[in-house]
Write a new protein. Structure first.
Length: 343
């Protein structure tokens, strides 16, 4: 039984839909307006019952009206229809891929279209996982070849070539390690940190080499007080955080990135400050979301997402401390007393 909002108390409406696990909505066949929906559908679409009552399916699928009309016509002609090609626009503006099943029914000679909505994002994530495994497999083979070539440069007579070869080799080893993780698990979440003690200046030098910056270049500055700070953390994961932040700053137009440290009895704070143009407010509002970098070609915002996850992987945090026309400051906080990694 499906219920008309206008004629039925909300309590009964909730009782009718209580045992339905899928998102379900009912459309008046004559007016084309939504008559009712269960809580799952309201949560999925992001509307209140009152807001949904004023809408039509066209409002949920404004980007694909012809396809929607063909779908509704098929429902009326065949009595029921299914489509996995429609996307629902939620109230917040997000487009969500969905599988839509609809059935035509009648109540007191009134035509009703009963619509069941299934979120297809889980299916897409499964497909993505399979794609990652395939890419990781091919990437691993390519990187193995590159590693052989870089190893051959380690014995070169030129000191600069040898140093660059060492940097290339370590970068390839990191990429191979991440590829093996993705290949084995179908995902790329960071493993538990492998703690070791190292100087901050050592990981900064690695970042400089990766960005092609000479150690005497002032683009990445580390004062003596910070250079001698000892970290107890995963070298590669801290390297990835600092590399992402430094590359983002330089790509955005900064000419200088400086690091400063503040130590307390329970934490170590590393401030990464640049002299770039600052971040627009719309980027700040969605800073650690994947779409935050979508306004820039080739940017997805993943670098910051990964950096924050790596910080949290250490029981730490990465936040934007400030931004403005004079530049931005990110603050990386790590525990002072790192746990011992099981051997």
């Amino acid at each position: 039984m499906f219920v008309d909002f206008k004629q039925t108390p909300d309590g009964l409406l909730n009782a009718v839909f209580a045992n339905l696990f899928d998102a379900v909505a009912v459309v008046d066949g004559e007016t084309g307006r939504f008559l009712g929906a269960n809580q799952e559908a309201l949560d999925f679409l992001g509307y209140s019952p009152e807001e949904l009552r004023e809408l039509r399916p066209d409002d949920i699928h404004p980007h694909e009206i012809p396809r929607l009309r063909d779908f509704m016509e098929s429902v009326r002609t065949k009595g029921r229809w299914l489509s996995g090609e429609l996307s629902c626009r939620r109230k917040c503006g997000d487009l969500v891929p969905a599988e839509i099943r609809a059935t035509r029914a009648f109540e007191d000679n009134r035509e009703l279209i009963i619509i069941v909505i299934r979120d297809r994002r889980v299916d897409q994530l499964a497909d993505l996982g399979r794609s990652i495994r395939k890419i990781a497999h091919d990437l691993r083979n390519t990187l193995a070849t590159a590693q052989l070539l870089s190893d051959s440069l380690m014995s070169h007579s030129d000191r600069t070539v040898r140093r660059n070869a060492e940097t290339i080799t370590r970068a390839i080893e990191r990429a191979l390690h991440m590829s093996r993780q993705a290949l084995g698990a179908g995902r790329s979440s960071a493993p538990a940190p492998q703690h070791e003690r190292f100087l901050l200046i050592d990981v900064v030098e690695e970042v400089r080499n990766s960005l092609g910056i000479d150690s005497d270049n002032a683009q990445i500055q580390v004062p003596d007080a910070a250079a001698g700070v000892v970290l107890d953390a995963d070298f590669d994961q801290i390297y990835r955080i600092l590399l992402n932040l430094s590359r983002n700053a330089l790509d955005a137009g900064a000419t200088r990135v400086s690091l400063a440290c503040e130590q307390s009895h329970d934490s170590l704070k590393i401030r990464i400050t640049d002299n770039g143009p600052g971040l627009p407010q719309e980027i700040v509002d969605q800073l650690f979301e994947e779409k935050s970098g979508a306004s820039q070609p080739g940017k997805t915002g993943l670098g910051l997402i990964i950096s924050r996850e790596l910080a949290q992987n250490h029981d730490g945090e990465l936040v934007l401390a400030q931004t403005g026309p004079q530049g931005s400051t990110f603050e990386l906080t790590l525990p002072a007393n790192a746990p011992v990694t099981p051997g």
